[in-house]
Design a protein around this ligand. Structure first.
Ligand code: CA
Ligand code: CA
Length: 250
């Protein structure tokens, strides 16, 4: 008739107790009714009555223990796009790439201005009229071998710079009858000296130097050491010459 389930829930226990009480009450009432109608209190127990109605729901039970975590659910939908972050640090320089293809040849440029090439050169010598020159003054070479730019003045014996740059000056001297001592002079300053002692016949002496000149500087050759050192000679088969030329502009 009843199948009592082994449930320890308080509402279930209360329901079972209530059902048992109702069952026993029905039995007692039935026995009492039979005794009254038959006048006998003895006899066999009657058949059990019908099950009673379900009781009222019990109170809410205590909260059970936390269950085992369920399986991971499916991925949710992507959230909204976040704001742009702070720029990161600059990375290291990468490897050099391969050489690119050769570009096309460009258009020909405009014709440039022709470079201005300064020219300055002279080569002069002594003659029978100017040999054995006076001492301590520019030697007035009067034999013009080359002086296209007229930068050497035979009237004064001085070369005047017309284009700044590096110049080379050199001299070749035929020594005769007297000793020779000359100086290459720049603006009054003696730069180099050459000395030769006369012994016999005709002798030679020479010297040369590279000088940097600015426009207006003057260079010349002069006898140094007095009249006893002016044996600079020239005749039909020997010369004493003084030359200079611009090597390159400043
Ligand atoms: Ca000598
Ligand atoms: Ca001679």
């Amino acid at each position: 008739m009843f199948q009592l389930l082994p449930c320890a829930h308080p509402s279930c226990l209360l329901s079972l107790r209530l059902l048992a009480f109702l069952f026993l009450s029905v039995i007692m009432l039935q026995m009492t009714f039979q005794a009254l109608t038959k006048g006998c209190v003895c006899g066999y127990p009657g058949i059990p009555g019908d099950p009673g109605h379900n009781g009222s729901p019990g109170d809410v039970g205590l909260r059970g223990d936390r269950g085992i975590q369920g399986p991971l659910g499916p991925p949710g939908r992507p959230g909204p796009k976040g704001e742009i972050g702070v720029p990161g640090h600059k990375g290291n320089i990468g490897y050099r790439g391969e050489r690119g293809a050769r570009g096309e040849k460009g258009d020909q440029g405009d014709k440039g201005d022709a470079p201005v090439i300064s020219k300055s050169a002279f080569s002069v010598g002594l003659t029978a009229h100017t040999k054995l020159p006076a001492a301590n003054a520019p030697i007035r070479f009067d034999k013009i071998i080359y002086n296209e730019q007229n930068h050497f003045d035979p009237a004064t014996g001085r070369f005047t710079c017309a284009a700044a740059g590096a110049y080379f000056f050199t001299y070749h001297i035929t020594v005769f009858s007297r000793n020779v001592k000359v100086a290459l002079v720049k603006n009054g300053a003696k730069i180099i000296h050459t000395t030769d002692n006369y012994q016999s016949s005709e002798d030679q002496a020479a010297g040369g130097a590279v000088l940097h000149l600015e426009v207006g500087d003057k260079v010349w050759l002069q006898v140094a050491g007095g009249e006893l050192f002016n044996g600079l000679f020239a005749d039909e088969d020997d010369d004493t010459t003084f030359s200079g030329f611009l090597i390159f502009g400043a």
